[in-house]
Design a protein around this ligand. Structure first.
Ligand SMILES: CC(C)(COP(=O)(O)OP(=O)(O)OC[C@H]1O[C@@H](n2cnc3c(N)ncnc32)[C@H](O)[C@@H]1OP(=O)(O)O)[C@@H](O)C(=O)NCCC(=O)NCCS
Length: 234
């Protein structure tokens, strides 16, 4: 079972009230605090505000694998990989390269599963041991809401009935489905469309068109944060 929607607004990444300056360390701490209740036991996550030279955090092989990309994209990918390497260190593992595999899926070192995501300002990563999890997905999105046209593409008819006219929840569903895709693709290798994933809001699970069940949790705050996972049963 997943945890479904969790209110993490107390952990909002708000700008500093006095100066109007945004303190990166504060945003990182608040994002990490918001991620904490979303994680299944055994998974760890982290966040980093994307900085101008974060492309330098990519190894030459990682950099080559990303190919032609604007600095903003390289900085985001570098920041996410720096977070993931910090998490490896937390697990007592050496920091390893995270190259891109088929359909851009990250290739994790043996013994790990994990996921990366980045939005305008923040990069996040989550990892866990592959002896405990088949897959793990993470997604961060700005808490903006999506247009009705996109909501129709994202939501199945049943989901649309439950979500109603709520652009923010529709956007959260978008993020959940992306996290689910990231959790299943590395093991299953199948492309999924939004309508190939059906969300159950009661149990906090998602079912793919080919029958894979994935647990998820989603925190709504300044950003939409989502984690999806498949516990290893064998
Ligand atoms: C992967 C995807 C879901 C999100 O990627 P995005 O919009 O670039 O946004 P994010 O920043 O959240 O995620 C980027 C990270 O996702 C990961 N990722 C990309 N493709 C992936 C895949 N096939 N499987 C697992 N993870 C993947 C990568 O680690 C990537 O980081 P990098 O660019 O630094 O290498 C999207 O690009 C995609 O491939 N969509 C097609 C499938 C889909 O969305 N179906 C609808 C939902 S079921």
């Amino acid at each position: 079972m997943g945890r479904g929607f969790i209110d993490v607004r107390q952990n909002l990444a708000t700008p500093a009230p006095q100066s109007g300056c945004i303190d990166p360390a504060r945003i990182e701490a608040e994002t990490e605090a918001s991620l904490q209740p979303l994680l299944p036991e055994g998974a760890i996550s982290g966040a980093r505000c994307i900085q101008r030279n974060d492309a330098d955090l990519l190894s030459p092989t990682e950099r080559a694998g990303i190919g032609a990309a604007v600095p903003k994209v390289l900085n985001a990918s570098g920041a996410a990989r720096a977070v993931a390497r910090r998490l490896m260190n937390t697990l007592g593992l050496p920091p390893a390269e995270i190259r891109r595999g088929p359909r851009r899926a990250p290739i994790w070192p043996a013994g790990l599963v994990g996921s990366l995501s980045h939005c305008e300002r923040i990069a996040v990563a989550a990892i866990a041991r592959s002896e405990d999890f088949v897959g793990l997905g993470i997604d961060i999105e700005p808490s903006e809401g999506i247009e009705p046209e996109l909501a129709r593409m994202v939501l199945t008819p049943h989901e649309a009935e439950l979500v109603g006219d709520n652009p923010q929840i529709a956007h959260a569903c978008f993020a959940i489905k992306e996290a689910v895709y990231k959790a299943v693709f590395p093991s299953d290798g199948l492309f999924l469309d939004f309508h190939d994933v059906e969300l159950d809001f009661q149990s906090g699970t998602a079912t793919t068109s080919y029958g894979r069940t994935v647990a998820w949790s989603c925190g709504l705050s300044a950003s939409i944060l989502t984690v999806a996972w498949i516990v290893r049963e064998d």
